[in-house]
Design a protein around this ligand. Structure first.
Ligand code: ZN
Length: 465
């Protein structure tokens, strides 16, 4: 299947052929993480833990079930999630007095506890996160990693003494994201959602949007400032140093297994996956090229190389299956291993190794004596170039326009005065969603495409996945 011809079909096929997921589980939208896919998710989780542990967040793990009465406390929130919730109505044979729901996100599980945990200003800021599965009854067509009903999910929840400290947290979240996205080689835009599109109950929402090869946008996650919108209904208060009781200000940050989907979608090609080196569970695969009469010698040299690379901290695998090298190349290309190391008798005799890059297919001869350094350098180069190429592709697929006629199926940058009336009109006429205004200042001068009012900030539109 060709990616450029039918992205959607290509995606569905590749996630299965590369053994990332098994969609045959008998509940729609609940797929099985296979070993290869799960290792990729685990690498991403590890990066997330490093990012959040490194900024003094504490990992927690809350129960999966939330009682209905706690769920119902924040009115906007329940309105936003009501139709997507899975309910537990019975315990054994007995109907429950208070129904329980499977968390669609964990505000309503955590905040009753936060109101017990936070007592004084000395307890603030409270910075927590968890990596758990959440459940949402998606009614749109499901798609592996991108639209599922059981979602592998990261969520951070923080409490602060005042609005400014919560704002500082949002900035820290942006900084953490920048470092993570570099590891994943994923380009993105931070876009402040409209009031009618923000997270249910949020004061404001910043979407983390990337662009798929078919021109649709994919929201990878979001960062929210809650102000006091949840601390009031959940009664999360602290005593300040003057003895006054105040509500905390809160933020959250959510990302999901969509990150895996976006890596597949953005970097993959007609041969299969192309994994960023930081994400790949196998970074280098060694393929011994055996010739008659030299089998033992080549095998031994390949194993020695494997040992050296492994001891140097690289994730390396040696493919000693009894199949032709061509079959091995095909399999590892499909699985997206960043670097292939071929070793044959001629290489051994000349003191060389052959390295083949998965991302651009380039082949190079390198000194055997510098194998560890050559491999490490090349993985860094691959990561840097993968991000640069993806970034360039995203930038090229953002089109600035000053009228809504004949819009291409790309991300659109245009002028909006910010009024709700003009916003709805833009969405209708463009037949696209407003993703929002950029968080990072962009030099821009435009006139609202509906009312003509001048604006210094552009707005981004796209068909959201
Ligand atoms: Zn306007």
């Amino acid at each position: 299947m060709k990616k450029a011809e039918d992205f959607s079909e290509w995606y569905n096929e590749i996630v299965e052929k590369a053994s990332l997921t098994d969609k045959r589980y008998p509940i729609k939208g609940m797929n099985v993480w296979t070993p290869y896919g799960w290792k990729i998710m685990q690498a991403i989780d590890r990066h997330i833990r490093e990012g959040f542990d490194g900024t003094d967040h504490q990992e927690v793990c809350f129960p999966l079930l939330v009682p209905e009465d706690q769920f119902a406390k924040e009115k906007e929130h329940i309105k936003g999630f009501d139709a997507e919730v899975f309910w537990v109505t019975h315990a054994g044979l007995n109907p429950l007095d208070v129904r329980l729901l499977l968390r669609p996100t964990s505000e309503t599980a955590m905040y009753p506890m936060f109101s017990l945990w936070v007592r004084s200003h000395a307890d603030l800021p409270l910075k927590t996160y968890q990596i758990v599965n959440t459940f949402r009854y998606e009614t749109k067509q499901t798609r592996a990693f991108i639209r599922v009903r059981e979602i592998h999910f990261f969520e951070s929840h923080t409490c602060h003494a005042d609005f400014q400290d919560a704002e500082r947290q949002v900035q820290e979240d942006f900084d953490i994201l920048e470092k993570l996205a570099e590891k994943w080689c994923i380009p993105y835009r931070l876009l402040k959602r409209t009031d009618w599109d923000k997270f249910p109950g949020a004061f404001y929402t910043v979407g983390i949007d990337t662009l798929l090869p078919d021109g649709r946008s994919l929201q990878l996650g979001s960062i929210h400032q809650y102000n006091e919108n949840f601390s009031r209904p959940y009664d999360i208060k602290y005593e300040d140093d003057q003895g006054q009781h105040k509500y905390v200000h809160q933020t959250t940050y959510g990302m999901s297994e969509r990150l895996v989907g976006s890596i597949v979608a953005i970097h993959g090609d007609d041969k299969g996956l192309v994994l960023p080196p930081e994400v790949a569970s196998i970074q280098v695969v060694i393929v011994p090229v055996l010739a008659k009469g030299a089998i033992d010698k080549v095998t031994e040299a390949a194993r020695q190389l494997h040992k050296e690379l492994k001891e140097a901290g690289l994730r390396v695998h040696i493919d000693e299956r009894d199949v032709r090298p061509g079959v091995k190349y095909y399999d590892w290309e499909l699985k997206g291993v960043p670097l292939r190391l071929e070793l044959g008798m001629r290489d051994i005799e000349s003191g060389k190794i052959t390295l083949v890059r998965r991302d651009i297919g380039a082949k190079s001869l390198n000194d055997r004596s510098r194998a560890v350094d050559e491999v490490k350098d090349m993985l860094l180069t691959i990561a840097r170039e993968m991000l640069a190429r993806a970034q360039k592709e995203m930038d090229e697929n953002v089109v600035t326009v000053d009228s809504l006629d004949n819009l291409p199926s790309k991300m659109i940058r245009t002028a909006w005065c910010g009024s709700e009336e003009c916003g709805h009109e833009i969405e209708t006429r463009a037949d696209k969603n407003i993703l929002g205004m950029p968080i990072i200042d962009e030099k821009y001068d435009g006139k609202c495409v509906i009312c003509g009012k001048p604006t210094k900030t552009p707005v981004y539109l796209a068909n959201a996945m």
